[in-house]
Design a protein around this ligand. Structure first.
Ligand SMILES: NCc1[nH]cc(CCC(=O)O)c1CC(=O)O
Length: 321
């Protein structure tokens, strides 16, 4: 492929740029002589900062502009935080590669005045900054004495708001903090018995055009099979349950025994926004068919009432409803 350039579309937040530079460097290492360019742009999700994420209700908030670049042939691939990539992709595009996942857990970050507290010992009424319905519902379920306030903007902006005293603590992805060199701000990793992480959290997804076999082969070298299987099970679970907006769905995946041969175990939960109802269950199966495990778990949760919870949420957060 002498003379060809691989064009990457990326968001331009600090975290997105760290991730995209990592992908660029790894691809350059794997393909000697490959020219790689990066086009960084803002997405809807970066521009609309005064509306709660859940109210915007639009999936693909952080991905559509990047996808448009590929569809008009101004970029060949887009690098996303996998958790921001909807499970339904536009016609003509595909998820071409899933990279090795960092710790997918959520992390508690506290204001300095709470440095001697833990999630379980935060004071009555402490203000938790999060824009995720998943984090909100699960924390409310376990800690009904906490209060919740929406926080928007990129990770650095959120930390500035925390330090300025707008919140007592934030819940952020450990992976994002680590990639930004801010792992030192992690006060506590949140245990999966308290809160399950988002689908795909901690992994990168590289999207490309369907049928672009040369590009697909180039990016596949960055695929991490155990991560990909875990994330495909998680994404099938979400796809089978979701309607049209951000929903309180959390997951956790692990292998029984050996990563290469063990069964894949998926834990999933759906919660009501008040945290009063929380349905959680587990499914397992051969790791070679991760999507079947995800779909199976979704059906199990539906049988236990997840459908009603999700219907209520779709009705309540739809902007014009
Ligand atoms: N929606 C924002 C977003 N998208 C990906 C990450 C973190 C990195 C990751 O989860 O891979 C974050 C910030 C956060 O949730 O703290």
């Amino acid at each position: 492929m002498a003379g060809s350039t691989l064009r990457i579309a990326s968001r331009r937040s600090q975290l997105a740029m760290v991730q995209t530079h990592w992908v660029r460097d790894e691809l350059a290492r794997a393909h000697a002589g490959l020219e790689i360019s990066i086009e960084a742009m803002a997405t809807q999700g970066d521009k609309i900062l005064d509306v709660a994420l859940a109210k915007i209700g639009d999936k693909g908030l952080f991905t559509k502009e990047l996808e448009a670049q590929m569809l008009v042939d101004r970029a060949d691939i887009a690098v996303h935080s996998l958790k921001d990539l909807p499970t339904n992709l536009p016609e003509g595009l595909m998820l071409g590669c899933i990279t090795e996942r960092e710790d997918p857990a959520d992390a508690l970050v506290v204001h300095a005045k709470h440095s001697d507290r833990s999630l379980a010992t935060l004071p009555e009424g402490a203000v938790v900054g999060t824009s995720s319905l998943r984090r909100l519902a699960q924390l409310r379920h376990h800690f009904p004495h906490l209060t919740f306030k929406d926080v928007r903007g990129n990770v650095i902006t959120r930390l500035e708001k925390l330090d300025a005293g707008e919140f007592d603590c934030l819940i952020l992805a450990a992976a994002g903090l680590g990639r930004l060199g801010l792992g030192g701000r992690i006060h506590e990793l949140i245990d999966p018995s308290i809160s399950l992480h988002a689908v795909g959290q901690g992994a990168l997804g590289i999207e490309c055009r369907e049928g672009d076999e040369a590009v697909l082969a180039q990016i596949k070298v960055l695929e991490h099979l155990p991560t990909a299987r875990r994330c495909l099970a998680e994404r099938a679970f979400l796809h089978e349950l979701e309607g049209g907006c951000q929903v309180p769905i959390g997951v956790n995946t692990r292998f029984s025994g050996d990563d290469d041969t063990g069964e894949l175990i998926l834990t999933g939960m759906v919660a009501s926004l008040d945290g009063l109802r929380l349905i959680r269950d587990e499914a397992r199966g051969p790791q070679e068919d991760p999507e079947a495990i995800g779909r199976g778990l979704a059906h199990r949760l539906r049988e236990q009432g997840a459908g009603e919870i999700l219907e209520e949420i779709f009705a309540s957060v739809r902007p014009e409803a």
